[in-house]
Design a protein around this ligand. Structure first.
Ligand code: ZN
Ligand code: ZN
Length: 407
C-alpha cells in the first residue's frame, strides 16, 4: 500500500485541461484494454485497470477533481470505504461507461440490471461495396440478410401445438434472479437474467419442432437499401426495426449497413472535397487555352491562363461531394495542373524547340547554356586524362595476367 501513486492525469494520459469527454474517452480505452474479463489471470492488467478506474473516479467527479488538483493524492488519504484498496468509489459514474464498454464486447450490454420488461433486439450488421460515384450521388443496393422471423407453427410461443409454456420455477416467472459474487469491487449482488428461462419467465417443456422452442425461424431476406449521397468509406447507414427481434415484446433492433467505397482511378476524396491531377501540355501552360477537366458531374471546360506554372492548384467550387447532412451543401473539387515535359520528340519538334530556346534566350537560359557548354569541355578534358591512366591500367592488367600465369 505504500507504493508511490502515479498522477491521475498521467495514468489516463490526458492533460490537466482535459474536458469530461476526453477523460471519459481515455478511461474507456484503458478499461477496454485492461479489464480483468479481457485479461484473465493477468495481475499486471488488473493493477492497471484499478489504477485507471481510480483515476477516472476522481477526475470524472468535478468536486473530487477540484480537490485533487488542489491537494493531490493526499486529498483522499484516510478516505474510508471498501473496494479499491481503501478508495471510496461511491458516486463515481461507472454505470454508463461500463454499459458502453460491455455493450461493445458482448453485444447488447451485460445483464447487470436487466429485468424482464420489453427490450429492444440486437442490431444486425452487414456491409456493401459501392463505387466512388455511388458514394457521391447515393444509390440503391440490394442486401441479403438472415433475419429471425416469428415461427408460424407456434406463433412465436416456442411450445408445441396444443401445449403451452410453463412458469419458470427458478425465478417464479419474474425472469430475473439475484446472484452474489466477489469481485475487486467487493461483494456485488447482481440482479441477473434468470439462466433457466433467459428472462422470459417461462419454461417450454414440449418444444415446437419447427423453431426448436425459440419462437423464431431464421429466414433469408432481401432488402433494397437507400445509400445516401455523400456517404464515405467506413460509414454506415441504418435501417430501423429490421434487426433481431426484441425480448419480451420489445421492438426489433436495427440493421447497420457499412459501405466499402472502391478506389477511383483519378479522383481522391477527403471528407466532402475531391482531388485530382490534370496534365497540361507545355504549349497550353505557356500560351493559355481551354482544357477539359473530369469532374463527378462530367467534363468541365477550364480556361488556363497564359504562363501557368506546374503544380498550380485550382478550385472548382461545388464540384465536390454533397453533404449527407444537407443536400444543398457540396464540397469543392481541387485540381493540380501538372505541366508535362515531352520526352519523345520528332526531329521537327526538336528543331522547333531549339529555335524556341534561341528566341526566348533570356538571362536564365543563357546561363544554363553557358554552364552546359563549360561542362562538356570539362568532360572532354577528363576523358583525355583518363586515357592516359588507361594505359597504366592495362599494364596492371598484364601484371595480373602474369601472376595468374605463374600460378
Ligand atoms: Zn426463470
Ligand atoms: Zn415454433
Amino acid at each position: 500500500m505504500a507504493e508511490q501513486k502515479r498522477d491521475y492525469y498521467e495514468v489516463l494520459g490526458v492533460d490537466k485541461q482535459a474536458d469530461d469527454a476526453a477523460i471519459k474517452k481515455a478511461y474507456r480505452a484503458l478499461a477496454k484494454k485492461y479489464h480483468p474479463d479481457m485479461n484473465p489471470g493477468d495481475a499486471e492488467a488488473e493493477k492497471k485497470f484499478k489504477e485507471a478506474s481510480e483515476a477516472y473516479a476522481v477526475l470524472s467527479d468535478p468536486e473530487k477533481r477540484r480537490q485533487y488538483d488542489q491537494f493531490g493524492h493526499s486529498a483522499f488519504d484516510g478516505g474510508a470505504g471498501g473496494g479499491f484498496g481503501g478508495f471510496d468509489f461511491n458516486g463515481a459514474d461507472f454505470g454508463d461507461i461500463f454499459g458502453d464498454i460491455f455493450g461493445d464486447f458482448f453485444g447488447g450490454g451485460r445483464s447487470r440490471s436487466r429485468n424482464n420488461g420489453p427490450m429492444k433486439g440486437a442490431n444486425l450488421r452487414t456491409s456493401v461495396r459501392i463505387t466512388f460515384e455511388e458514394a457521391v450521388f447515393g444509390c440503391k443496393k440490394e442486401i441479403e440478410l438472415t433475419v429471425k422471423e416469428t415461427c408460424k407453427t407456434c406463433n412465436g410461443s416456442g411450445a408445441r401445438k396444443g401445449s403451452s409454456p410453463e412458469t419458470c420455477s427458478k425465478c417464479g416467472g419474474k425472469g430475473q434472479a439475484v446472484f452474489s459474487r466477489n469481485t475487486f469491487f467487493g461483494t456485488v449482488r447482481d440482479v441477473q437474467t434468470c439462466p433457466d428461462c433467459q428472462g422470459t419467465g417461462k419454461i417450454i417443456k414440449d418444444k415446437c419442432p419447427d423453431c426448436r422452442g425459440t419462437g423464431y425461424i431464421p429466414m433469408k431476406k432481401r432488402y433494397s437499401v437507400d445509400i445516401p449521397a455523400g456517404i464515405d468509406n467506413g460509414q454506415s447507414t441504418r435501417m430501423p426495426g429490421l434487426g433481431e427481434p426484441g425480448v419480451n415484446g420489445g421492438p426489433r433492433g436495427d440493421v447497420l449497413i457499412e459501405v466499402i467505397v472502391g478506389r477511383h482511378p483519378i479522383f481522391q476524396r477527403q471528407d466532402f472535397d475531391i482531388f485530382s491531377t490534370v496534365p497540361l501540355s507545355y504549349a497550353v501552360a505557356a500560351l493559355g487555352g481551354e482544357i477539359l477537366i473530369d469532374t463527378v458531374d462530367g467534363k468541365v471546360i477550364y480556361d488556363v491562363k497564359a504562363g501557368t506554372q506546374t503544380d498550380t492548384k485550382i478550385r472548382l467550387r461545388g464540384k465536390g461531394v454533397p453533404s449527407w447532412r444537407n443536400k444543398d451543401v457540396r464540397g469543392d473539387h481541387y485540381v493540380t495542373l501538372v505541366v508535362q515535359v515531352p520526352d519523345k520528340l520528332k526531329p521537327e519538334a526538336k528543331e522547333l524547340l531549339r529555335k524556341f530556346d534561341e528566341l526566348t534566350g533570356d538571362t536564365l537560359n543563357a546561363t544554363a547554356r553557358m554552364t552546359a557548354s563549360q561542362e562538356s569541355k570539362d568532360e572532354a578534358k577528363d576523358n583525355g586524362s583518363k586515357d592516359g591512366k588507361d594505359g597504366k591500367d592495362s599494364k596492371d592488367g598484364k601484371d595480373g595476367k602474369k601472376k595468374k600465369f605463374w600460378k
